[in-house]
Ligand binder design. Structure first.
Ligand code: SF4
Length: 360
C-alpha cells in the first residue's frame, strides 16, 4: 500500500519542521506539575530519550509560568506551552522562549486576546496550534449544527482560524480531537479538505493504556493511510512515557517512519519450547528508546521460526536442540545455555544498534 501524504504548509517549532515534507512528528505531554521545573525536565528528558520530538507542558497558573524559562533552557527538544483561559499566560510562555503554543478556542474566546497573542507569536516566529476538542464546541454551534459533529467541530476551528488569518498569522497547526475515534477521523478529514495547515492528530481522553493504544491506532491509521497527519500524540491515562513507543509503533507499522527497531514475536502455542513472552519483554526493554533500522524476532519453535529468522536481523528460536540464534537466516550459534541468553541477546542488539543507526 502506498500512502500519499496530503500537501500541507511547513511551520517551524524552533528547529523542528512540522508539515510539508517533514517526517510525521511524534509528540507527548508531561503530567508533572510544571511549577516543579526539575521534575518536569526529568520527564521531558525521558520522553525525548524515548523518541518524543516535541513535548507539550501545561501552563495552568503563574507558578507554572515562573518555571518555564528554566524548563525551556534545559529541554533537549522544543517545547509547546498548553494554554487555557488566560491570555496573559500565553504571553508569558512566549516570553519564556517556548517553540509553540497550543490554544483551545473553546476557552480563549476574546478576539482581542487572540489577536494580541498572534501578534506576539508572529513577531517571535512561534507557531500556534488551534486545538479543537469535542468537549468544548461553542453552544451556538452545537445548537445550530446538530450537537457535536464533524461539521460543528470544523466550524469551531474555522472561527478561530478566521481570527488568526485576519491577523495575518500564517504559522498555524490544527488539531480536531474527540474520544470517539470515528468522530475524530471525520472531523480531521473535513479539516484536511478545508485548509493546508499541518494537522496534529490524536484521540483525546482515549482511556487507559490498552484502550488508548487501540483507539489511537484505529483513528491514526485511518487518517494516516489517507495521507492525513503531520504530527501525532497518543494520549494515555497513565505515565506519558507509555505514549511515545505506541506512536512510533503506529508510524513504523504504516511505513511512515523508520529508524526505530522492530520486534517480531510469536503468540506461542503447544509447540512453544522457550519463554517467548518473557524473552520478548526482555527484548522490548532492550530496544526501548534505541535508534536503528533492524528487526529482532523471538519465536517459540522451529515451525515458523526459520521463516521469520530469515527476515530478522537477530532471531531467538526454540528448537529441539535448545535455544539458538539466527541472523538473516544464518544460524549464528549452537544451543545457548539459558544463563547466557540475556547477555548474548544484549550484545547482539547493541551491535546491531551500532551498525544500523546508533542508540539513544
Ligand atoms: S512459532 Fe511455533 S511456538 Fe510460536 S506460535 Fe508458531 S508454531 Fe507455536
Amino acid at each position: 500500500m502506498k500512502i500519499v501524504r496530503r500537501k500541507s504548509r511547513t511551520v517551524s517549532a524552533g528547529t523542528l519542521g512540522i508539515g510539508g515534507d517533514n517526517p510525521i512528528r511524534v509528540q507527548s505531554m508531561t503530567n508533572t506539575s510544571t511549577a516543579d521545573a526539575a521534575g518536569t525536565l526529568d520527564q521531558i528528558r525521558r520522553l525525548a530519550a524515548l523518541g518524543a520530538e516535541l513535548v507539550r507542558v501545561s501552563v495552568p497558573d503563574d507558578a507554572s509560568a515562573d518555571a518555564l524559562p528554566e524548563i525551556v533552557s534545559g529541554s533537549p527538544v522544543p517545547l509547546a506551552a498548553d494554554i487555557h483561559f488566560r491570555a496573559d499566560l500565553a504571553l508569558r510562555a512566549l516570553d519564556s522562549g517556548v517553540a509553540k503554543l497550543r490554544l483551545n478556542p473553546g476557552n480563549m474566546t476574546r478576539r482581542a486576546d487572540v489577536l494580541e497573542i498572534a501578534h506576539r507569536a508572529g513577531s517571535l516566529g512561534v507557531p500556534i496550534r488551534v486545538g479543537i476538542n469535542s468537549g468544548s464546541i461553542p453552544a451556538d454551534l452545537r445548537k445550530s449544527m446538530g450537537g457535536v459533529t464533524p461539521e460543528s467541530m470544523w466550524a469551531a476551528a474555522r472561527r478561530h482560524l478566521d481570527i488568526l488569518e485576519e491577523a495575518g498569522f500564517p504559522d498555524i497547526v490544527l488539531s480536531m480531537k474527540a474520544s470517539d475515534p470515528l468522530l475524530t477521523v471525520d472531523a480531521v478529514t473535513l479539516a484536511a479538505a478545508g485548509c493546508d495547515y499541518p494537522l496534529h492528530i490524536g484521540v483525546t481522553e482515549a482511556g487507559p493504556p490498552l484502550t488508548a493504544s487501540a483507539r489511537s491506532a484505529v483513528a491514526a491509521s485511518l487518517l494516516l493511510a489517507a495521507g492525513i497527519g503531520d504530527t501525532i500524540r497518543v494520549s494515555i491515562s497513565g505515565p506519558p512515557e507509555q505514549e511515545v513507543p505506541v506512536a512510533w509503533e503506529i508510524l513504523s507499522s504504516l511505513g511512515l517512519r523508520r529508524g526505530r527497531p522492530r520486534i517480531v514475536s510469536c503468540p506461542t502455542c503447544a509447540r512453544t519450547r522457550i519463554d517467548v513472552a518473557g524473552l520478548a519483554g526482555e527484548v522490548a526493554g532492550l530496544l526501548s528508546g534505541m535508534q536503528g533500522d533492524f528487526t529482532v524476532a523471538v519465536m517459540g519453535c522451529e515451525v515458523n521460526g526459520p521463516g521469520e529468522a530469515g527476515e530478522a536481523d537477530l532471531a531467538v528460536i526454540g528448537t529441539p536442540a535448545g535455544v539458538v540464534l539466527f541472523s538473516g537466516g544464518v544460524r549464528l550459534t549452537g544451543e545457548v545455555p539459558p544463563e547466557e541468553l540475556g547477555k548474548i541477546l544484549r550484545e547482539g542488539i547493541e551491535s546491531l544498534a551500532t551498525r544500523r543507526g546508533g542508540s539513544s
